[in-house]
Design a protein around this ligand. Structure first.
Ligand SMILES: Nc1ncnc2c1ncn2[C@@H]1O[C@H](COP(=O)(O)OP(=O)(O)OP(=O)(O)O)[C@@H](O)[C@H]1O
Ligand SMILES: [Mg+2]
Length: 232
């Protein structure tokens, strides 16, 4: 039961310009309207859960924020258009290299403009792998990894790019409850300590209830609710 249907995006103190700002955005795929007049603003350091049934438009919304999908009408302003703001995505299909190992997949994030040395990158790779229970599987080819391991590798690969914002599309779909919560805790830490803006599409209502954050709930392409998770 939603207590605040059709509410406007809550007024939060303006820190800077929003990271993502959608103004009356509609997305059509041929005759199919995937998103309808979406009005949504995400501020830096927000944690936003995007919820809704299969086909509601969650991935389309994240793809818009990633700049991969263009609105059919309406406008979207993206902070990543500024040089200093970097957005990473963990896609629903993960997009890992099947024949490479878990560690080799993570090395695709190495960038000498971000890291002082390969040793420093490797240290962070190991640290994150230990935190998420991937360490013992680093030399395993992705094609031999289970769904949970693959999603953790995709998440670590994204975090190693040191993004300002992370768009994660159902990253816990293949994880059990304990592993899902662990993953979210790690990301919460990045949110609190480094100000990572987090947009997380999920079916997992339990997680949304457990962690403080904002929710954008979609139903057949409409934004039915946006606001504090505690009100849903
Ligand atoms: N590239 C595309 N071409 C045509 N239709 C698309 C495309 N992408 C999405 N759609 C359609 O748009 C609607 C919204 O899809 P979307 O993938 O955003 O939903 P979702 O909420 O992410 O669903 P799921 O929970 O299954 O991942 C669906 O009806 C889907 O079939
Ligand atoms: Mg999806």
């Amino acid at each position: 039961m939603y207590t605040q249907r059709y509410s406007a995006t809550p007024k939060t103190p303006i820190k800077a310009r929003p990271v993502f700002e959608l103004n009356q955005v509609t997305v059509d795929f041929g005759k199919l309207r995937a998103l309808r007049s979406i009005q949504l603003s995400v501020q830096a350091k927000d944690v936003l859960f995007v919820t809704g049934a299969s086909g509601a438009g969650k991935s389309t919304l994240l793809n818009l924020m990633a700049g991969l999908t263009q609105p059919t009408s309406g406008t979207i302003t993206l902070a990543q258009e500024s040089e200093k703001f970097f957005v990473a995505s963990v896609f629903q299909d993960l997009r890992l290299w099947q024949k490479k190992t878990c560690e080799e997949n993570m090395w695709f994030s190495y960038d000498s403009r971000i890291y002082d040395s390969k040793e420093q990158f490797h240290k962070e790779l190991i640290e994150l792998s230990r935190l998420l229970g991937v360490y013992d599987h680093l030399s395993r080819p992705i094609q031999d990894a289970n769904g949970g391991l693959k999603s953790k590798v995709a998440m670590i690969r994204a975090l190693l790019t040191k993004p300002n914002a992370l768009l994660a599309d159902e990253p816990t779909a293949a994880l059990d409850k304990e592993a899902s919560f662990r993953l979210f805790e790690v990301l919460s830490h990045y949110n609190q300590k480094q100000g990572l803006t987090l947009v997380w599409a999920t079916h997992n209502r339990e997680m949304v209830k457990q962690f403080p954050g904002l929710v954008a709930h979609l139903d057949a392409g409409r934004l039915l609710y946006s606001g504090q998770a505690c009100f849903i």
